[in-house]
Ligand binder design. Sequence first.
Ligand SMILES: C[S@@+](CC[C@H](N)C(=O)[O-])C[C@H]1O[C@@H](n2cnc3c(N)ncnc32)[C@H](O)[C@@H]1O
Length: 300
Amino acid sequence: MQAVYGELPLDLASPPPGAVQLSPLMPGSAAIEALADGTLHGLVMHAPRGTLERRYALAHGLRALRVGAPLTVLAQKKQGGTRLRDELDAFGCVVEETSKQRFRICTARRPESPVGLGEAIGAGRPQLAPGLDLWSQPGVFSWDRIDPASALLIKHLPALSGRGADLGCGIGVLARAAMAERDVRHVTLIDIDRRAIAAACRNVEDTRAAFVWADIRKAGVVPSNLDFVVMNPPFHDGGLEDQGLGRLFLQRAAVALRPGGLCLVTANRHLPYEAAMCPLFADVEQIVQDHLFKVYALRK
Ligand SMILES: C[S@@+](CC[C@H](N)C(=O)[O-])C[C@H]1O[C@@H](n2cnc3c(N)ncnc32)[C@H](O)[C@@H]1O
């Protein structure tokens, strides 16, 4: 079996024919952790930018490759690319490196006895985040602290009831806060990141919760006729600012709510979402703002 991890810039590298996708950010892909040792015939990886996450993925890739099987890893120079060679060297690989456009591209073969895989896998594994007391994993959004925009929403969350959804739930902090209300009957937590959904399942152990690993850009993912939605919408895609994604989340929330249903949304102050909110909701109220963030209650 051949595998690919992440979306490849196709002018720089192509996936091996029939390759299985392993990215946790592509719903439906296989999990790199589930691959048996020494079974992969080749792997091409667009390495993640975070150090712990990248070393974890590289270590799992090396663990899963057969001895002598080819590994190609690339990353933008400013997103970990300049560290790739040293990281692969440290795992015992003999590395060839080239530089193209803004990328570093490293090729190697799986050595007979790689070193340090267990330590890298241990550091990047799902874990109780230090100081947070919640399950999380390096690579997940704001993995080891409550995002301040979410903290502001939690502090000002009004009483909720009925059926709701947490769009882009991450490790589940907003859903947890919503479910503190006994009148909340059901919450669907949705995220594109498999690791976030796995953590949320452990953080929100509640029979009223359902968990969905899915891309909200796809139609039909969010349930309908909801009483409320809570969200801290993403405004980055692939490391680049993408306000369109936040606007799409607002649209999905508006469609999912019943008439009179409530969307609680938190966002960076600099994001001009008001223009998108007004045509979608009957009532747009800013509940609070601080020097960085603002929280809205949007009534359908
Ligand atoms: C700003 S974070 C908020 C996370 C969490 N709600 C919190 O408050 O900490 C946005 C979340 O949206 C998820 N996300 C990004 N694009 C998505 C998409 N197309 N479909 C579903 N989830 C997405 C990210 O993985 C991330 O967990």
